[in-house]
Design a protein around this ligand. Structure first.
Ligand code: ADP
Ligand code: ZN
Ligand code: ZN
Length: 726
């Protein structure tokens, strides 16, 4: 037999497989093996087996060692990795590494081990002497418990000697069992809550279960009860013995979801996201794979969960940008979900109050089924949104970060012991450090981007390469001492709020305060327990959270999102505003304030009117005018080169290659210096392809990428926007 092996080698060569001989008759598909490549010993993974080989059989070496007791990859996962690599123009090896938890990746040392624990599985009646008081207590204790009982736990209560004596006397039968590391162990299963579905929800469930569409778009306003629909669908899956993957956009949302699902199904659910420890991730993975836990909840990469009998994948808040991975392979979870559901003849449900433009467009074209839920599940007034014109505030002499209208509302909320949420998109104390005499701005020498001032360390920090520098005493350019932090940051907002409302307790939620494991949950739990009155956060606070006493929401400056240089800025702003507005007044009457210098912008006015449809029409019109997705494909070729000259040269060469091959509707833009032109000392440029029909583009780009990477020793990356609707 011959086996085809993907070997853990430097990136350029990872694309190909190597053939090795195997003299056994075991099915080794998906096993890791140790092999020789030239003089080196390497780890590889077997992705194919065959009777013959295209190479000279005399020269083929035998595999040295089989490293796993069980396959780390199933046939389905191998096929999925192939598909993923092809879809995203990346290497099979990269696709594989993205899909697997660390403990199963190639080239990783097996640092994570299965945890064992000793448990008592049986109790036998025995007579104990009158002096053996401790033993009698321990014995009675175990008799009162439901088995199995952990020996360690028993030792803690009654001491090792008593417990050991009982075991030796044959009172307890002890076995070794796997101890599953469970990140949500501390959450007890709450009592079962189950709503009778209303008409709108019943219709949604029926339509989703009976339609012929593989993909259903569930467009439901915030509070329409989409989660209840998910749970009913999952119930149907469980009845048929099928599994469900539920994706959420933000790690912070998993505990809420886990708790709701545990309460409903009175069973454990598996959880996968990037804040799990390696051990937890390894165990959750095995719980799905080996114990067939039928419900998986997680963020983007949970779409790869190794469920066997997949019936349904749900993407909650399907429009969210976090579903797209930002490095290679640059996949979108939506596409992976659809592909996997097809393989299993299962369904995909995309749910959102503000669907991605392309999803809604596909539903309009009946490529997806469309279910609309327009009413809230619980009768309630829609929370009003007030737009505050910051130009007017400025004219009136208010130079602070909060308008008078918002301040008044905060004051009133605090008096009523209600809570306030302020959305602010930037990180750090101030945006940049600038010289007031000559205008010099401190930029990162590696990345060419403004460095951010952090007050507590009195330091400058680059958020791209992590470089830290001391705050300069004088301007490096003109030696002026008037070099200061400029602009506004979230810490500055927090300080202002603390000064303005000295009796209010504030909490800040941004990447700095949540970077520790569990940081998100801690802040959210604290706010939910009303340990703070005002929560100030970046857009991560906008997503799906539900606080009972929150009544006032303020968007400090809509520009922070609106002015981002991306053709989706309008869409992102609309979605963000709708989402953050949905946080207020979920249980009591509330109000949302949007502060902006652009009060007439359609993304803001349509958000104010809660009018998705109008937003959709206007945005589609502009996309058509500008020739952007969903009216075309958009593929970006990124280069990370040694310098500007090389970056431009390679991209020009690639552009030239297409000179006589482009379709009349194809446009090639660039080479363009990227927004963040230098990352890790590399010049970052790109070339943008906009097209409707350009046969063979991705194959050609993949070839060009290989060629130029080798020839110029640079890095190329192909990013395919999934937004074209055809
Ligand atoms: P969405 O995810 O669509 O924003 P949720 O699923 O969070 O909405 O539901 C909003 C609220 O309505 C929740 O508090 C939920 O318990 C409640 N709810 C949902 N369906 C029903 C129902 N059929 N009857 C009563 N209350 C419901
Ligand atoms: Zn200066
Ligand atoms: Zn930097």
């Amino acid at each position: 037999m011959y086996v085809q092996v993907i070997v853990d080698l430097p990136i350029q060569e990872k694309a190909q497989t190597y053939d090795y001989r195997y003299d056994g008759n075991q099915n080794l598909l998906g096993y890791r093996v140790s092999v020789r490549v030239g003089p080196q010993r390497r780890q590889g993974i077997i992705i194919g087996m065959s009777e013959t080989t295209q190479w000279d059989p005399q020269k083929i070496r035998t595999i040295e060692k089989i490293l796993d007791e069980q396959a780390v990859l199933s046939q389905e996962q191998i096929a999925l990795a192939f598909w993923l690599a092809q879809e995203t123009g990346s290497y099979f090896y990269q696709a594989l590494q993205t899909m697997l938890p660390n403990a199963k990746k190639l080239g990783k040392k097996q640092s994570v081990k299965e945890l064992k624990m000793r448990v008592i599985t049986q109790v036998s009646a025995i007579a104990l002497g009158a002096n053996a008081k401790k033993q009698q207590e321990a014995y009675d204790y175990v008799c009162d418990q439901s088995l199995p009982v952990s020996v360690t736990e028993l030792n803690h209560i009654f001491g090792n000697s008593a417990v050991n004596a009982l075991i030796q006397k044959g009172a307890f039968t002890v076995e070794e069992q796997t101890k599953w590391r469970n990140p949500y162990e501390q959450y007890e299963v709450l009592p079962l809550i189950r709503h009778e579905l209303n008409q709108q929800q019943t219709n949604a469930v029926t339509q989703i279960l009976t339609s012929n569409h593989e993909v259903e778009l569930l467009h439901g306003v915030t509070g329409s009860g989409k989660t209840e629909v998910f749970m009913t669908l999952i119930e149907h899956m469980l009845e048929q013995g099928k599994s469900t993957i539920v994706l959420v956009p933000e790690i912070a949302l998993t505990p809420q979801m886990v708790q709701r699902f545990k309460a409903r199904f009175q069973t454990d659910v598996a959880v996968l996201h990037s804040h799990l420890s390696e051990g937890e991730r390894f165990d959750q993975w095995r719980l799905i794979e080996q114990q067939n836990l039928p419900i998986v909840i997680g963020t983007r990469s949970a779409v790869f969960a190794p469920v066997k009998n997949l019936g349904l994948i749900i993407l909650d808040e399907e429009h969210d940008a976090s579903y797209k991975q930002q490095n290679q392979p640059m996949y979108h979870a939506r596409d992976v979900a659809i592909y996997r559901a097809q393989q299993h003849a299962g369904k995909v449900v995309l749910a959102s109050a503000t669907p991605a433009l392309e999803s809604y467009a596909r539903a309009q074209k009946q490529r997806y089924g469309l279910v609309e839920m327009t009413e809230k599940a619980v009768e309630k007034q829609i929370t009003p949104i007030e737009i505050v014109d910051l130009r007017e505030e400025f004219r009136q002499g208010n130079l602070t970060m909060l308008s008078r209208a918002l301040e008044t509302a905060i004051e009133e909320a605090l008096l009523k012991h209600e809570q306030v949420l302020l959305l602010f998109n930037r990180r750090g104390y101030a945006q940049f450090v600038k010289c007031r005499e000559c205008g010099y701005t401190v930029i990162c020498p590696n990345c060419d981007i403004s460095m951010t001032y952090h007050k507590f360390q009195h330091q400058l920090h680059c958020h791209y390469c992590d470089l830290q520098l001391p705050h300069p005493h004088e301007c490096p350019n003109c030696r002026s001492e008037y070099i200061r932090a400029f602009g506004s940051g979230i810490q500055k907002l927090e300080e202002y709020v603390q000064k303005r409302f000295p009796h209010a307790r504030t909490l800040r939620m941004d990447r700095d305060t949540t970077s520790r494991k569990g940081g998100h949950e801690q802040i959210i739990d604290a706010f939910a327990r009303r340990e703070a009155d005002i929560l100030i956060g970046t857009q991560m606070v906008a997503k799906g959270l539900d606080f009972e006493h929150l009544t006032v929401v303020g968007v400090v400056a809509a520009e922070q999102s609106l002015n981002f240089p991306d053709f989706r800025a309008g869409e992102r702003t609309f979605q963000l505003l709708m989402q953050v507005a949905g946080r207020s007044g979920r249980h009591k009457p509330g109000k949302t304030f949007i502060q902006t210098y652009n009060p007439e912008h359609y993304a803001i006015t349509t958000a104010q009117n809660h009018n998705y449809n109008q937003f959709y029409q206007e945005e589609m019109r502009l996309r058509k005018l500008g020739y952007y997705p969903p009216y075309c494909f958009l593929t970006v070729v990124h280069i990370y080169a040694n310098d500007d000259v090389q970056a431009r040269y390679v991209l020009e060469q690639i552009k030239r290659f297409f000179h006589d091959k482009i379709h009349p509707q194809t446009r090639i833009l660039g080479p363009t210096k990227a927004l963040i032109p230098k990352v890790d000392q590399k010049a970052h440029y790109y070339l943008v392809f906009k097209y409707r029909e350009q046969a063979g583009l991705h194959e050609q780009l993949t070839e060009l990428k290989k060629h130029w990477q080798k020839q110029q020793n640079c890095q190329l990356r192909i990013e395919i926007d999934p937004g074209f609707i055809g």
